[in-house]
Each structure stands twice: as structure tokens, then as C-alpha cells.
Design a protein around this ligand. Structure first.
Ligand SMILES: [Zn+2]
Length: 114
């Protein structure tokens, strides 16, 4: 078990940071063993990169949804525009979903790798 700093973001996600200290077991080899222990936690004032991306896409999505609702309540004849906005919302949903998967994968990988 070797000691590393940990960065904690406001969204609750975290990552390993700098290596700090070897454990007794691996001290002589100069290698770090697979097990990581927290040396110190640094709290960030931001969300992690992926959550920031997700937030940006969610904002974009609600702007599109608001546009669609406005057009529909006005009884707009802008059928092509409405359809295009629907497409954008669908694409954003897909991208947000991918980012969430990426986030999950990262958290799992970090837990195991050195
Ligand atoms: Zn996050």
C-alpha cells in the first residue's frame, strides 16, 4: 500500500494525484505497489472536467427545449426549425450519456490501476 494525494471535486468525483510515500513492503524496490492509500485530500472548488462538460451540454439542451416549447406555444409554422432542435436535443442526450459512461469507467479504472 502506497500513499498518494487525492483530489476531490465538488461533484463528489475524485482522482489520484501525486505519489507521496512508499509503504514498507515496496520501500526497497522503489516501485509502488498496486494498492493506493490516501495521503491527503485536496478539495477543489470546481466540478471535475467531465461533469463540467455534462453541465455545459445540459444547459445547451434546456435552451433547445425552451426554444421548442416557445415555438409550439406560439403555434409556430417553423416546422423545420423545430425538427432541427429535436435532433440537437437527441444528439445532446447521446453525448451526455456517453460522458456519464466515460465518468463511470474512469472512476472504476482509477480504483484499480496504479
Ligand atoms: Zn464529476
Amino acid at each position: 500500500m502506497c500513499f498518494f494525494d487525492q483530489v476531490m471535486w465538488t461533484c463528489g468525483d475524485w482522482k489520484w494525484d501525486r505519489f507521496r510515500q512508499h509503504c514498507n513492503r515496496e520501500y526497497r524496490t522503489g516501485e509502488t505497489c498496486g494498492m493506493k492509500l490516501v495521503y491527503a485530500v485536496a478539495r477543489s472548488n470546481d466540478k471535475c472536467k467531465i461533469c463540467q462538460k455534462i453541465d455545459a451540454k445540459l444547459r445547451r439542451r434546456s435552451a433547445e427545449v425552451a426554444k421548442i416549447q416557445r415555438w409550439q406555444s406560439e403555434g409556430s409554422k417553423l416546422k423545420a426549425s423545430i425538427e432541427r432542435s429535436y435532433e440537437i436535443v437527441k444528439d445532446l442526450d447521446q453525448e451526455i450519456y456517453q460522458l456519464q459512461i466515460e465518468k463511470q469507467r474512469k472512476t472504476q479504472a482509477i480504483g484499480k490501476s496504479r
